[in-house]
Design a protein. Structure first.
Length: 410
């Protein structure tokens, strides 16, 4: 297999994901992706004809994000017509899966260069816009196994593994503090560009979600986000959502609802693009690689508890790379809910000081289809800033899945 190199990475700021209120909410999601592609190409003076395929993650592929948003974004960006693309939905892992798919084609020798990444406008196409929930509304499946909403799964993990409200709030506070420091020190400056309006004025040049004034007291005053949902009847015989979850875990008497809006990921808009290629492509394009992909891993897990697969996915990637947990300098574990990185750290024995050193989705937001690419981008920048060598990016995924990618700086 050929080596796969990362030549550059770029993202929009993460805009507040509320219609009419966020800095990116006035822009069609195709345009978020189109501008990102063009800024990346312009920055590198890239010959676009060298790009053989483009893959973008997007979760809610309906309305403005439907009809293969990747291809439409390429057309909107006025790229050469013979540059094609496809769109991936692997829930929260979509952006990383899209990137890994391009990497696999390069490693196999089928293409020399491609772009992976993702996009999600949660202000314009909110979660649940496709109306299918996680199980696709399959009543036959529901009678056998009812996949509960992810917030219930997060609280179930916390209950079963002994993570308290104080634990998840402390993690959330640290995420905000680390993000505030990263912003103050301009650690995101290399890879985040100012998104512009059609007239050339700046629409957004900073991440809008972080709350640097967050305190332990303000977090502690928030009400549990999923307690009311857990008490709602949703089962075929009127069972509550909590009761449906506990059918798979009868040894757990009740779910302790510890997650709030303050220790769960933020709803934001954003897009990201990462240029991948072979060594030969780099020579032809006159580009110097920044890192190479060492290994990728995917895993499944029990689909009711749902969010525990980052650990086995990471373990698979480590095994493929011939590495151990201690060989990874930086970990980016998506903060879908605070318990996800906490559980992954516990399961693998990771040094917490190496995890999400610039904050995560609790502070910065989680633009579903783009997050995987953004996290890998953040890890790459931090490797270069600190002179470290290796990073692993991993995300939990709806339906009980996980994904991981290991990169090494060159």
């Amino acid at each position: 297999m050929a080596d796969v190199f990362i030549y550059d990475a770029l993202r929009t700021p993460r805009g507040r994901g509320k219609a009419g209120k966020g800095g990116l909410s006035g822009h069609h999601p195709q345009e978020l992706l189109a501008q990102t592609l063009n800024v990346l190409a312009d920055r590198l003076k890239l010959d676009k004809n060298l790009i053989e395929d483009v893959s973008m993650g997007c979760v809610s592929q309906v309305k403005e994000q439907g009809a293969c948003i990747t291809r439409n974004a390429l057309i909107a960006a006025q790229w050469p017509e013979d540059v094609g693309g496809y769109t991936v939905n692997k829930f929260c892992g979509s952006g990383l899966e899209a990137l890994n798919g391009i990497a696999a084609k390069i490693a196999a020798g089928f293409i020399d260069a491609g772009i992976g990444g993702g996009v999600e406008s949660m202000s314009r196409v909110p979660m649940g816009s496709d109306g299918s929930m996680i199980d696709g509304l399959n009543e036959k499946l529901r009678k056998r196994l009812f996949m509960v909403p992810q917030g219930i799964s997060a609280d179930l993990i916390a209950t079963r593994e002994g993570f308290t409200r104080a634990d998840v709030d402390a993690f959330a506070l640290a995420s905000q503090q680390k993000a505030a420091r990263a912003i103050e020190e301009k650690r995101f400056a290399r890879s985040m560009y100012a998104f512009k309006n059609d007239d050339g004025s700046v629409a957004l040049d900073k991440d809008e979600h972080p709350r640097a004034d967050t305190t332990a007291e303000s977090l502690g005053g928030l009400q549990p986000a999923f307690a009311q949902l857990g008490a709602s009847p949703m089962g075929p015989n009127g069972e509550t959502v909590d009761a449906l979850a506990l059918l798979r875990y009868p040894d757990t008497k009740a779910i302790d609802h510890v997650h709030t809006a303050g220790n769960s990921s933020g709803i934001v808009d954003g897009a990201a693009a990462i240029l991948l290629g072979s060594k030969e492509f780099g020579v032809k394009a006159g580009l110097k690689p920044r890192a190479k992909i060492r290994a990728i891993g995917t895993a499944g897990a029990e689909p009711v508890i749902m969010l525990t697969a980052p650990a086995p996915a990471s373990a698979k990637a480590l095994k493929k790379a011939g590495m151990s947990v201690g060989d990874i300098d930086l970990w980016e574990i998506n903060e879908a809910f605070a318990v996800v990185p906490l559980q992954t750290i516990k399961a693998l024995g990771i040094d917490p000081a190496r995890v999400n050193v610039n904050g995560g989705a609790i502070a910065l937001g989680h633009p579903l289809g783009a997050t995987g690419a953004i996290l890998l981008n953040t890890a790459l920048d931090e490797l270069e800033r600190t002179g470290k060598a290796t990073a692993l990016t991993t995300l939990c995924i709806g339906g009980g899945m996980g994904i991981a990618t290991i990169i090494e700086r060159v």
